[in-house]
Design a protein around this ligand. Structure first.
Ligand code: BGC
Length: 255
C-alpha cells in the first residue's frame, strides 16, 4: 500500500436520517475530505442501504486497500443484528458486514454506532486517558450508549432501551428526535434527560458521562441543566465520532 494511505480508513455512519462517510486520518482522528451525506430512505431494505454505502465509498475514489468501517444503529453481536429499533426490521438476524462487503466488493467491519462513537472518544477525545467507568450516550433518532471500563469498550450496552419509572423506554422519552418532534424547550428536554441520566448514574456509578450526537453542538443549552453525580461533558468529536471510530476499528481489524 502507498505510504500516504497507511494511516487512512473510510468511516461510514448509518443513521436514522442520514448515511454519512468520510476518509479519516487515523493519526489525528480528523477527516481528510469533506463528509459526504445521503439521506436515509424510509423503510430501506438492507440491499438498498448497502448500495448507498457503496456510493459514499466510491465518492472518495480511494484505493481498494483502504479499509472501510461502518457504524450501525443496532447491536452487532458476533456479527449479527439481534434486533433493530430505528431502521427496517429486515436487518434482524442479518450479518451486515456480509451484505455490505458483497456490494462494495471489499472487506468491511461493522460495529454499533454508539460503540464507534465511544471508541473514537477513547482514542481522540473526551475519554482519552480517563480511567474508571465512562458512559457515553448519543442523542439522535434513538439513544445509543457506549460503556468504557478503564479504556476498554464493553460493546452493545443498549442503555437507550432502559425502562424508566414512567413505563417508557429512555429513547422514546428523551432522544433528540423526540425533542424535535414534540417541540420541547431545552428546559423541558433537560428534565427528561435528567431522568435518564439519574437512572444510569444509580445503576452504574460511572466516573464520567459523555454526550454525543448532532445536538451535542448545542450542549451549552441543555447540559448545564442536568445534575449528575458523575461529571457530564460533551463529546469532543461532536457528530463525527461514529465515522472516526468505525474507521479506526476497520483499520485495526482489517490491516
Ligand atoms: C439502537 C442502538 C443504537 C441507538 C442509536 C437504538 O435504538 O438499539 O443500537 O446505538 O439506537 O442509533
Amino acid at each position: 500500500m502507498k505510504k500516504k494511505y497507511r494511516k487512512v480508513a473510510i468511516g461510514v455512519d448509518v443513521g436514522g436520517s442520514g448515511i454519512k462517510g468520510a476518509p479519516v486520518d487515523l493519526k489525528t482522528g480528523q477527516f481528510l475530505d469533506e463528509r459526504y451525506r445521503v439521506p436515509t430512505p424510509e423503510d430501506a431494505e438492507p440491499k438498498e442501504i448497502a448500495k448507498i454505502i457503496r456510493k459514499i465509498v466510491d465518492h472518495f475514489d480511494l484505493p481498494e486497500e483502504v479499509p472501510v468501517g461502518v457504524s450501525f444503529p443496532a447491536p452487532i453481536v458476533r456479527g449479527q443484528v439481534p434486533f433493530m429499533a430505528n431502521l427496517s426490521k429486515e436487518w434482524e438476524g442479518q450479518f451486515p458486514a456480509r451484505i455490505i462487503s458483497r456490494q462494495l466488493k471489499r472487506p468491511v467491519t461493522v460495529m454499533n454506532d454508539a460503540d464507534a462513537a465511544g471508541y473514537a472518544e477513547v482514542y481522540y477525545g473526551a475519554a482519552n486517558g480517563q480511567k474508571g467507568t465512562i458512559i457515553m450516550l448519543t442523542l439522535g433518532t434513538g439513544i445509543g450508549s457506549a460503556l468504557v471500563s478503564d479504556g476498554v469498550l464493553v460493546p452493545n450496552s443498549e442503555l437507550g432501551h432502559l425502562l424508566l419509572d414512567n413505563g417508557m423506554e429512555a429513547e422514546h422519552f428523551a432522544a433528540s428526535s423526540v425533542f424535535e418532534r414534540e417541540g420541547l424547550s431545552f428546559e423541558e428536554w433537560a428534565q427528561r434527560l435528567q431522568k435518564v441520566f439519574s437512572h444510569i448514574d444509580m445503576l452504574f456509578s460511572p466516573d464520567l458521562f459523555i454526550v454525543g450526537g448532532g445536538v451535542s453542538k448545542k450542549h451549552k443549552k441543555f447540559l448545564p441543566l442536568i445534575d449528575t453525580n458523575a461529571p457530564i461533558v460533551p463529546a469532543d468529536l461532536l457528530n463525527s465520532a461514529g465515522i472516526v471510530g468505525s474507521a479506526l476499528y476497520a483499520k485495526q481489524m482489517l490491516a
